[in-house]
Structure formats: structure tokens, C-alpha cells
Write a protein that binds this ligand. Structure first.
Ligand SMILES: Cc1ncc(COP(=O)(O)O)c(C=O)c1O
Length: 380
């Protein structure tokens, strides 16, 4: 089956009792056993649930993975990966990860004896230098949130294999439509399904995909033991969203390219980060490993912080809101919203200025999105 067909059909399996085309929502906590020791594959929804199992199958199919595991959020998916490590283990992580991830690493997991180094993973030699004898995991986000930095996955895989460490990729911004990290040797792929995969701002969810049976068994055990699972209703809504992923991503990509080119040519804009722009430092690597550049853009204005705030406060079509990857265009101020918990010093050191604006380009008509930005930029 071709990729686009899998996107539409991998969980369109008519219900055997009714023929329903849309999968039923198995909203149940528990299951009646046939007799002691004999169930029908399900015993308690924290451990497994038919609606969740179908979503896990769907996600695994489109990622080209053997196994899929769904969590209640992207954060609980990341947390569960880190729970396969032990106190004393060291993790090398992209320096521009989503602020919630670095907050979790620096303010929660360090208390359990895990040690983190943040490096610019766009530069493989920095990664090599950061590896220590106790390094167990290389955690890469590509493109990053919010600076859209691109990491060469072939180079990361080589370093991970040479040093016998696990290689995980947060592929939330790319989606399997544009990038399949397992094909580059990643051991673990993670998604915040809250974003493009569900696509309609309707749920919070996360997923882990892997080909490695040992990792799968460990993560499945963590999933059922900790219980950070998504509800059957959220799984159902995610499956409905998934059916149009390929079409939505094409439009996100086309619109973002047009918006990024518009912003780059605007005399009030000082810098645009979008891997689809030839001027972007990640363009060549992105072109090599991705089938498209997705829908996220960051930019800065010559007028600095006041100008950036003016634009965010004056857009009308774009929502001023946290999150990304939905059908609606959304504009965000990373310094006070998504990355507010990253200390100012760290934010500035990694190039995340207080004037940076992040735009999740939706699937509306691109002319309307550009018109909205044009009006908001008038007095910036
Ligand atoms: C790249 C990335 N990874 C992980 C997360 C966390 O996902 P969630 O909000 O679903 O917990 C986010 C959220 O914005 C994100 O952008």
C-alpha cells in the first residue's frame, strides 16, 4: 500500500459487528473475561484499549515502524523515553528543543540523577565532543521549536552507532509526510500528536514509534505502569484528523513557503527562519532528508520587541495562541508563551530573542494569511 493510502485507510477497518466505517469509541475502563485467565486481548484500559490500539497501528503504519505507543501528551511520550534510562545516565540534547522539554529535563529529571548536555545538533562535531562515557541517549528535535534549526540525521546516526547510544528524534514539526527518522537509523521517533497529526486543535496527545522490540516492550511496560494514556475519545479524534494528514501537510508547506518568501522580502523584517528558504542555513540538509519543509516559520522585525508585539497584537486572521500544526494559522511569542520557562540568559544564548515571532501557517488561502500579516506589519 502506498503512503497516501495508508494515511487515509490504516485505521479504516469496518467494525466486524456493525460494518461501521468509522471506528467505534471503546469508552470502557475494563473488559469481562470469558473465564479466569482468558480475555479477548484486553483486560484494563490503562494497559490497552481497542481504540488506542487502532490509533497505534495507524501511526506505526504511516511512520513505517513496527510498533506504536500512544500517550496522553507529547510531554508524557518524551518522559516515558527518559524513563528507560537510569540514574547516572547522560543525555545529549538539541539546544533549541521545545521549552517544555528542557523544563522537564532541567527541573524534574535532574532530580532523579539524569544529566543533560545541550548542543547545537546542526553541528555534528559539537555532538561528538559532548559524548561522555555515561552518555546513553542522543535526543534530537528537527526542525527545532522555535528556531527551525535542521539536524543532519545521517550524521547523528553515525555518531550514535559509533558510541552505542540510543538515538531518538522528536519529529513533531516534520511529520511522516516529510521525514521518516527510522529510515535514517533512529531508534525512537516521537511526536506530539497534539500538532499536525491530529491537526485540528482538538486533542492533546503523544506517540512513540520504533522498530526495536526491546524498546517497545520497555515503553509498553512504562505506559501501562505509569498510565499516561490518551482517552479513547482523544484517540478517535486523532484518527479522524489523521485521514487528511497528507493533504493538509501539502497545503501547510505551500502556504508557509509563500508566507516565508513574503516576510523575507518585507523591509520591516530583519530575519526569517524557514528551512524552505534558500537563505536558511538548514536548507541543504532539509532538502536532502525531507520531502517538504512543513508549515512553521519564525521571524524577527527590525523594530525589535515592540514591533514583534505589535504584529502579534494586530493580526486578525491568525490566532494569538500557544500550539501549532492545526488547520488555523496561529501566531506565538515564544519568549512569553511557549518558552517562558527557559531562563532569559539561556534563551538569548541560543538565539531565541525576545522579539522573535513564531508562526504556524495554517491551511487557509495563503493570500488571506499574507494580507493579515501585511496589515499587522503596517505600523510595526
Ligand atoms: C517539538 C515539540 N515536542 C514536544 C511538545 C510537547 O507536546 P505536548 O504539548 O503534546 O505535550 C511540543 C509542544 O509544543 C513540541 O512543539
Amino acid at each position: 500500500m502506498k503512503f497516501d493510502t495508508k494515511v487515509v485507510r490504516a485505521s479504516s477497518i469496518p467494525d466486524p459487528t456493525t460494518g461501521s466505517v468509522v471506528p467505534p469509541i471503546h469508552q470502557t475502563a475494563t473488559y469481562v473475561l470469558e473465564e479466569v485467565g482468558k480475555d479477548k486481548g484486553f483486560d484494563y484500559t490503562r494497559a490497552s484499549n481497542p481504540t488506542r490500539a487502532l490509533l497505534e497501528h495507524h501511526l506505526a503504519e504511516i511512520e513505517g515502524a513496527k510498533y506504536g505507543i500512544c500517550f496522553s501528551s507529547g510531554m508524557s511520550a518524551v518522559d516515558s523515553v527518559l524513563k528507560i534510562l537510569k540514574s547516572g545516565d547522560h543525555i545529549v540534547c538539541s539546544d533549541d528543543v521545545y521549552g517544555g522539554v528542557s523544563r522537564h529535563f532541567n527541573e524534574v529529571l535532574v532530580n532523579y540523577g539524569l544529566e543533560f548536555s545541550y548542543v547545537n545538533t546542526s553541528n555534528p562535531s559539537e555532538v561528538e565532543k559532548a559524548i561522555k562515557s555515561n552518555t546513553k541517549l542522543l535526543w534530537v528535535e528537527t526542525p527545532t521549536n522555535p528556531l527551525l534549526k535542521v539536524t543532519d540525521l545521517d550524521a547523528m546516526n553515525k555518531i550514535a552507532k559509533e558510541n552505542k547510544i540510543l538515538f531518538g528524534v522528536d519529529s513533531t514539526f516534520s511529520t511522516p509526510v516529510f521525514l521518516k527518522p527510522l529510515e535514517f537509523g533512529a531508534d525512537i521517533v516521537m511526536h506530539s500528536t497534539t500538532k499536525y497529526l491530529s491537526g485540528h486543535n482538538q486533542i492533546i496527545g503523544g506517540a512513540i514509534l520504533t522498530d526495536n522490540e526491546d524498546i517497545f516492550n520497555k515503553m509498553k511496560f512504562i505506559q501501562k505502569t505509569i498510565g499516561a494514556v490518551s482517552s479513547p475519545f482523544d484517540c478517535y479524534l486523532t484518527m479522524l484528523g489523521l485521514r487528511t494528514l497528507h493533504l493538509r501537510m501539502e497545503r501547510h508547506n505551500d502556504n508557509a513557503q509563500a508566507v516565508a518568501e513574503y516576510l523575507e522580502s518585507h523591509d520591516k523584517v530583519s530575519r526569517v527562519a524557514y528551512p524552505g528558504l534558500q537563505s536558511d542555513p538548514g536548507h541543504e540538509i532539509a532538502k536532502k532528508q525531507m520531502k517538504g519543509f512543513s508549515g512553521m516559520i519564525s521571524f524577527e522585525l527590525k523594530g525589535g520587541i515592540p514591533a514583534g508585539k505589535h504584529v502579534m497584537n494586530n493580526v486578525k486572521l491568525c490566532f494569538l495562541a500557544e500550539s501549532l500544526g492545526a488547520v488555523e494559522s496561529m501566531i506565538t511569542h515564544p519568549a512569553t508563551m511557549t518558552h517562558a520557562d527557559v531562563p532569559a540568559e539561556d534563551r538569548h544564548a541560543r538565539g531565541l530573542t525576545d522579539g522573535l515571532v513564531r508562526l504556524s501557517v495554517g491551511i487557509e488561502d495563503k493570500e488571506d494569511i499574507i494580507e493579515d500579516l501585511k496589515n499587522a506589519l503596517k505600523h510595526a
